[in-house]
Design a protein around this ligand. Structure first.
Ligand code: HEM
Length: 560
């Protein structure tokens, strides 16, 4: 019995030991294989495709780690890598053994990217991006794809090239821009005055508003009216203004393009509602009656290139989007900064605006209060209100983490970037605005903080594209100010946007007093840099509640 038991016991023990040994062996093999695989993948991601390729930043999770990082942390992911690696003017993020993204963080290298527009071009990316975001059909995409980058004067020109030139010409300083500025200022003045008339008597505590939503609600319909005339889709159907912002919020999900009608449902439905309203607007010929000359020419250009009604509607939706989202969000930051500052900035700007504003009369209107007449010169030349312009530029620097994106269209020694860096054909190059804007070597030790004075150097207050102020007491490289992008894709609306934001802030300081809800100065929120930076960043933690009060004695603002 003992023997049996012992045998049985021995037999049991030996079986258990064998199983344990086998399990351990399998586990060890799996561990070794996994580790080897991991090390192999890790090693692969650190391999350059060419000795002159920019330094590689490896991810602890090879390849997919970069994509996951961007998906989870948005713009902050690349920005934090860039800030940690500021000794590298350009670096490589490998996405697979052969596909990579090159991130540029140095202003002079950014300028080199912008100059190399034949081999580093944004346009080949546009058809696919717009197909995803705007929902273009195949016929429209194939028109958009034609003759994207004509080089010589005789080269055939596609839809995008013609549209690009039209918009750049129409929005450059000159008569057409002045006309558009006048319309914008009048629209804003009418809306602001009408709102002011609803506010309780001057000395009351005022009304509570959500500042960002309030400014968006001013800028969105105003821009739609000045571009598309009084029969524009948003005036006809005011709920579409909110739809534009739903579309905006869903742009990153639309870009992913995984069953957008389900995964980006709100943005998808908003986009389709806007498209259908634009299609009705176009088929009623409303544009020929009262749209701005620029919009009329845009629509003619689309028709000349054979875009369908639906394609033209989507193209105009994209233009309205470009004209509204950045401007409204920038105006929010500028107003918040001016009313939050404890160094008399509000008084200084009021003084500046009052000097530049022509108050023709102090006519008493029906309610026995002043009508202020704003002279357009304050919008056209920065010299009239240098501090206000400097505040705007500083808000743009702090609020813009945008990426200027290019595709490497050809390779070889002749296309080494700045004669030094090999960029693999088919890869994407991104100039990381957020990293450049945070660089202390460029902007000085106070780069993280708000200091409008950095844009107050004599060279910084003018209205040209090289006005980048002073960083660390020295002039800043022209390509270091990234809020409007640069090179061939430099924002064509930058002069107009500057004028609109200056008009809006000027009208705010003339008409209103703003306070925190519990009294005292506003507090400027942090910016939400965890999202994909498709436009100027929004405030973190939601909108800012403020009390708004009409200034004593002031009734309305008009524009000459
Ligand atoms: C503060 C306001 C604005 C900011 C910060 C801004 C910023 C930008 C940026 C960063 C780009 C891309 C540049 C690049 O990729 O390098 C861009 C492109 C563009 N913007 Fe603006 N923008 C503003 C206002 C406007 C306005 C008011 C309009 C039109 C009325 C406009 C029209 C456009 C268009 C059409 C493009 C595409 C240009 C092209 O590549 O053909 N923008 N903008």
């Amino acid at each position: 019995m003992m023997g049996l038991l012992t045998d049985a016991g021995l037999g049991f023990d030996s079986g258990h030991a064998t199983t344990t040994t086998t399990t351990t062996a399998i586990a060890a093999t799996v561990a070794v294989v996994s580790l080897s695989l991991y090390l192999a993948l890790y090693w692969m991601q650190t391999r350059k495709v060419h000795p002159d390729e920019p330094p590689i930043i490896a991810s602890p999770v090879p390849f997919v780690g970069q994509i996951l990082g961007m998906a989870i942390w948005g713009g902050r992911y690349v920005k934090s890598i860039g800030i940690r690696n500021q000794d590298k003017p350009i670096f490589t993020l490998p996405l697979s053994p052969r596909s990579r993204i090159y991130i540029v963080t140095d202003p002079s290298l950014a300028a080199a990217v912008q100059r190399a527009s034949r081999t580093l071009s944004f346009t080949p990316l546009i058809p696919d991006l717009t197909k995803r975001v705007l929902g273009l059909d195949d016929a429209t995409v194939s028109i958009v794809r034609q003759n994207l980058d004509p080089v010589g004067a005789g080269d055939p020109r596609g839809f995008l090239a013609d549209m690009h030139d039209l918009v750049y010409t129409s929005l450059s300083p000159g008569e057409a821009l002045d006309e558009l500025t006048l319309s914008a200022a009048r629209e804003l003045a009418a809306q602001i005055s009408s709102f002011a008339s609803t506010l309780p008597p001057e000395k009351s505590k005022g009304n509570k508003i959500s500042l960002l939503a309030f400014i968006r609600a001013l800028v969105t319909p105003a821009t739609a009216r000045l571009l598309y005339g009084p029969s524009n889709p948003l005036t006809k159907s005011p709920s579409l203004a909110a739809a534009l912002w739903k579309f905006d919020a869903g742009v990153p999900s639309l870009l992913l393009n995984i069953l957008p009608s389900l995964t980006a449902r709100k943005a998808y439905l908003a986009r389709e509602a806007l498209t259908s309203a634009f299609a009705t607007y176009l088929s009623n010929d409303s544009h020929t009656q009262s749209a701005s000359p620029l919009v009329q020419k845009r629509i003619q250009t689309a028709q000349r290139h054979g875009l369908s009604l639906d394609g033209t509607a989507r193209s105009e939706l994209s233009f309205l989007f470009a004209g509204v989202v950045n401007t409204a969000t920038t105006a929010f930051w500028a107003v918040a900064r001016v009313f939050a500052d404890n160094t008399q900035l509000l008084e200084i700007i009021r003084e500046e605006v009052h000097k530049a504003v022509v108050v023709h009369t102090c006519d008493k209107n029906d309610e026995g209060v002043e009508t202020i007449e704003l002279d357009l010169k304050i919008l056209k030349t920065a010299d009239c209100a240098p501090i206000l312009h400097a505040v705007l530029r500083e808000c743009l620097r702090l609020g813009s983490d945008n990426f200027s994106t290019r595709l490497v269209t050809s390779q070889g020694s002749s296309t080494l970037l700045a004669g030094k860096w090999f960029l693999s054909e088919g890869s994407v190059v991104q100039i990381a605005g957020g990293v450049v804007h945070a660089d202390r070597r460029v902007w000085g030790e106070n780069a993280d903080g708000f200091d409008y004075k950095r844009f107050l150097s004599s060279a910084a207050v003018g209205d040209n594209d090289n006005d980048n102020g002073k960083g660390n007491g020295k002039s800043v490289h022209p390509a270091a100010f990234r809020a409007f992008g640069g090179g061939k894709t430099l924002c064509p609306g930058r002069h107009f946007a500057t004028r609109e934001v200056v008009a809006l802030v000027a009208m705010f300081v003339l008409m209103f007093d703003l306070e925190a809800v519990d009294g005292g100065l506003l507090v400027v929120p942090e910016k939400e840099d965890g999202a994909l930076p498709v436009h100027i960043l929004e405030p973190k933690g939601g909108d800012v509640q403020v009390m708004i009060r009409r200034r004593e004695g002031v009734g309305r603002v008009v524009v000459a």
